[in-house]
Design a protein around this ligand. Structure first.
Ligand SMILES: Cc1cc2nc3c(=O)[nH]c(=O)nc-3n(C[C@H](O)[C@H](O)[C@H](O)COP(=O)(O)O)c2cc1C
Length: 356
């Protein structure tokens, strides 16, 4: 029987297990969005994952949604990431960079030169976001012109090329959780009347074109896509989840990409998860809907064939040696939400491993 602790061939990248570290923003990058020595240590500590997916990394200046997040659009950022990938590889791990353009989820105070966040349509998100100047209401984003949509796709491509230069095994495109790609997919955030909006087929186009362009640039076998059907996070209100996600998966299926990574926002979505898995020919990573953080109880998803790999978020943040702890079904260190975003080594690199 196949188990989560079996090896996996991810389009030619050999993984030691099917245990994936889910992408997690930690807001500890240095000046100019450059990775720090502390980030090198954090990721190297977690190299026993079958695959690490990094925190969201902005592909452009305007794509940054939170303070102290890292980028992959400058030479200094790329150099900084090389130290991360070298350390993870030296420790026997594999690592993908998550490319995250935050779209309307951002704020001018985070951006230089009077820049305003951009989005498919000029629809502000309800609510507030954290900035260095405190909590701020989301602003109305500027609608991308058709030419700018194309330029944005090329920014993903440049960031993906930089990721490969930096030694990453591949990139995951962040199409989940209400950021730019998800904003194109959802009916409440995409009011466009051109080829990028309207029908489900048109709303899928941006996700599909980004995926295609990145796969052509760095290789389909090094390209993954993350989605979160029906996830209301960041003020997303989808009205045709059952149409738009099957259409998206049909559009990307022929590209031969390494994986599809589904964040299951609620248990009721399992049927859709299974439908998407059946439509997708590559590897399927599931970050399942669970009560509390995903733990060893979800490993059986691999045995049952629901997923090829399982992603663990909060518990991986708090347990650098998570695969070893999953094998023994715990014990686990408890994640401390107060140190999730920003700060120093506390709540970052000081979670202890089990005694040898
Ligand atoms: C601190 C923190 C930061 C996160 N940042 C990201 C991110 O940058 N990109 C992303 O796709 N998901 C992000 N997530 C969501 C996780 O990848 C994951 O889907 C979520 O935590 C649920 O999985 P879990 O129950 O195993 O924690 C974040 C979650 C946490 C806890």
């Amino acid at each position: 029987m196949t188990t989560a602790f079996d090896t996996f061939d991810l389009s030619g990248t050999p993984l030691a297990s099917r245990v994936v570290m889910a992408p997690m923003t930690r807001s500890r990058a240095g000046e100019g969005g450059v990775p720090t020595d502390l980030m090198v240590e954090y990721y190297a500590q977690r190299a026993s994952a079958g695959l690490i997916v990094t925190e969201g990394v902005q592909p452009s200046v305007v794509g940054q949604g939170y303070p102290f997040t890292p980028g992959l659009h400058s030479a200094e950022q790329t150099e900084g990431w090389r130290e991360v990938t070298d350390a993870v590889h030296a420790a026997g791990g594999k690592i993908y960079a998550q490319i995250m353009h935050s779209g309307r989820i951002g704020h001018p105070v985070l951006l230089p030169d009077g820049l305003v966040p951009v989005a498919p349509s000029a629809v502000p998100a309800a609510g507030q976001l954290y900035t260095a100047e405190g909590m701020k209401d989301f602003v109305t984003p500027r609608e991308l012109t058709g030419a700018e949509v194309r330029e944005t796709i090329s920014e993903y491509v440049t960031a993906a090329r930089n990721a490969i230069d930096a030694g990453f095994d591949g990139v995951e495109l962040h199409g989940a959780n209400g950021y730019l790609i998800h904003q194109f997919l959802s009916t409440n955030t995409n009011l466009r009347t051109d080829e990028w909006g309207g029908s489900a087929e048109n709303r899928v186009r941006f996700a599909a074109e980004v995926t295609k362009a990145v796969a052509e640039a760095i290789g389909a076998g090094r390209t993954g896509l993350r989605i979160s059907p029906a996830n209301p996070y960041n003020d997303i209100a989808e009205t045709d989840t059952d149409l738009v996600y099957p259409a998206l998966v049909e559009a990307v299926a022929p590209l031969g990409i390494a994986y599809l990574h589904v964040v299951e926002a609620a248990p009721r979505l399992r049927e859709l998860t299974l439908e998407l898995r059946a439509k997708f020919p590559g590897a399927f990573i599931l970050n399942p809907a669970t009560e509390g953080p995903t733990d060893h109880g979800s490993l059986a998803l691999v045995d049952e064939g629901v997923a090829d790999l399982v992603a663990f978020g909060a518990l991986f943040l708090a347990n650098p040696d998570l695969p070893a702890r999953l094998r023994t079904e715990g014990p686990y260190n408890t994640p401390d939400p107060a140190s999730f975003f920003g700060g120093d080594h506390r709540g970052y690199t000081d979670y202890p491993a089990l005694a040898a």
